[in-house]
Design a protein around this ligand. Structure first.
Ligand SMILES: NC(=O)c1ccc[n+]([C@@H]2O[C@H](COP(=O)([O-])OP(=O)(O)OC[C@H]3O[C@@H](n4cnc5c(N)ncnc54)[C@H](OP(=O)(O)O)[C@@H]3O)[C@@H](O)[C@H]2O)c1
Length: 473
């Protein structure tokens, strides 16, 4: 008898949590894992009428209601292709295969085309929220055809997190690679937001001399205001945890080398290829790479004078200014992310609703924050159209109020020799995008001088070249 509503393959950190979440909503889930021992242990601990496993794919496929729905939760790349190859032989026309890992959207488009030829529907589905989110309700970003969305919607709406109004944090993002693309940019924004927070931490620490527990208090205060977010919430325990081995705070013993799994890098590479402007996300990726140069940094720190603290505001005034600066910086960073998505949607022919994208990030995902509700409402006021965030009235008002603080904080960072590239680029993006004239005329003049690259004029149409002469030198 075909008893199961859905199968889940890959019982790692995310797969186990997602399978338990689906089963808890009374959908019957059949799981499979490459290493059977892990599946056996998982079912011993959590198995019930709604949750079981099979030791091989053939047996798994036989037990599923048709059209079959199978979720893959395996690492991106070859494991996904290998699983698709094994499953494609066992599946029938109209079955639905969902890749819920962090796959590159281009791979999703390729796999979609491949499976379409066999009549199998493919869904590239971004899932954010880590282990806890997958268990209690993630933000879910599926990319697929509209009729496939109808089939998977009942399960996804039940297992997703809830937005500020209690609606599920899932929407039909768009077709083929759109879901994985939006998830990739979400991760890029996550890099940028975390980097700005790290820069705020660094300024409070090295300019104002605050101890970790004092910074935790500042961040806790921010989390009770308009910066309220999951990342500020978890900053408090991360900063105030005492070390188990030595006297002091754990944070001071964590090595300052940040890891990365690649979605930030993918976002930046994609933006460069499309000609999109996401300097804050790029700087966040570079900052993680810079952090890895620990040995060189130690040597060089002995040769150069670093931190300086002068002309400081009172600590209380600075904490307030920094809150405003972070707010403006984060708006700038979201504007960059959404502009990248806009450009990609144009080039990939995706019809996206920006209000919906901001809405499904309100809950479940790592960047969930009150700010996303503000951005959701801002885009909703434009009926979800992909306008530039800076164009929207309420956003303009917020930036007019808070951007001066960002200028002050960036200036303090520069005066104090504290590298705050994410905040500085958030500032540069804001003032670059809101400048009717930028110095690209000068670049064009130089290019035409040394390479006869030609230029356009501001006052009349046409392509021009000036016969610059060495006599001009
Ligand atoms: N961790 C997070 O917070 C997070 C958040 C969002 C998205 N994701 C994405 O979700 C996916 C899964 O992540 P995870 O953290 O759950 O990974 P994980 O803990 O490393 O688990 C990976 C699972 O995939 C299986 N697997 C690995 N290689 C395989 C292969 N070649 N063929 C078949 N099965 C294979 C493993 O089986 P074995 O037991 O046999 O090794 C394991 O069950 C990734 O794409 C990840 O980027 C992760």
């Amino acid at each position: 008898m075909k008893r199961y509503d859905v199968a889940l393959i890959g019982l790692g950190v995310m797969g186990q949590s997602l399978a338990r979440n689906i089963a808890s909503q009374k959908f019957r889930v059949l799981t499979y894992n490459r290493t059977t021992k892990k599946a056996v242990q998982f079912i011993e601990e959590y198995g019930n009428d709604y949750l079981d496993y099979k030791a091989n794919l053939k047996a798994l496929v036989k037990e599923l209601k048709t059209p079959r729905k199978i979720i893959l939760m395996v690492p991106a790349g070859k494991p996904v292709d290998d699983m698709i190859q094994s499953l494609a032989k066992l599946l029938s026309k109209n079955d639905i295969l969902i890749d819920a890992g962090n796959s590159l959207f281009k791979e999703t488009i390729r796999r979609n085309e491949l499976l379409k030829k066999k009549g199998i529907h493919f869904v590239g589905m971004g899932v954010s929220g880590g282990e806890e989110g997958a268990l209690r309700g993630p933000s879910i970003m599926p990319g697929c055809d509209a009729k496939v969305w109808k089939s998977i919607r009942p399960i996804l709406t039940k297992i997703a997190a809830k937005d500020f109004k209690g609606k599920p944090c899932v929407t039909h993002v768009g077709t083929d690679g759109a879901g994985h693309y939006v998830k990739m940019v979400h991760n890029g924004i996550e890099y940028a937001v975390m980097q700005m927070m790290a820069e705020a931490y660094e300024m409070l620490k090295s300019i104002y001399g605050l101890k970790p527990n004092e910074i935790a208090n500042v961040f806790s205060k921010y989390n009770r205001g308009r910066l309220k977010s999951y990342l500020f919430e978890i900053s408090v325990p991360v900063l105030s945890r005492k070390d188990d081995f030595k006297k002091g705070y754990l944070i001071d013993f964590i090595l300052d080398k940040a890891g990365q799994k690649g979605t930030g890098r993918w976002t930046v590479i994609d933006a460069l290829e499309r000609g999109a402007v996401i300097p804050t996300i790029a700087e966040a990726v570079f900052a993680r790479s810079l952090s890895s140069n620990k040995t060189e940094r130690i040597v060089l720190s002995k040769l150069y004078k670093t931190r300086e603290s002068k002309n400081l505001l009172s600590r209380k005034a600075f904490v307030k200014q920094l809150e405003s600066a972070l707010y403006a910086g984060m708006i700038s960073c979201y504007a960059q992310g959404f502009e990248l998505i806009r450009l990609a949607a144009e080039q990939q022919n995706w019809k996206l609703n920006f209000a919906e994208i901001a809405r499904i990030w309100e809950g479940g995902c790592i960047i969930r924050a009150d700010l996303l509700n503000f951005i959701h409402k801002a885009f909703a006021s434009k009926r979800g159209k992909p306008v530039h965030l800076f164009m929207i009235g309420d956003i303009k008002k917020a930036l007019q109020k808070d951007a001066p603080a960002l200028s002050e904080v960036v200036s303090l960072g520069a005066r104090s020799n504290v590298p705050i590239a994410a905040m500085a680029t958030a500032h540069a993006y804001l003032y670059g995008m809101t400048s009717s004239v930028v110095p690209a005329n000068f670049i064009q003049g130089l290019r035409d001088f040394f390479g006869a690259h030609t230029y356009e004029r501001a006052d009349k149409k046409g392509i021009f070249h000036t016969p610059w002469s060495n006599l001009d030198l």
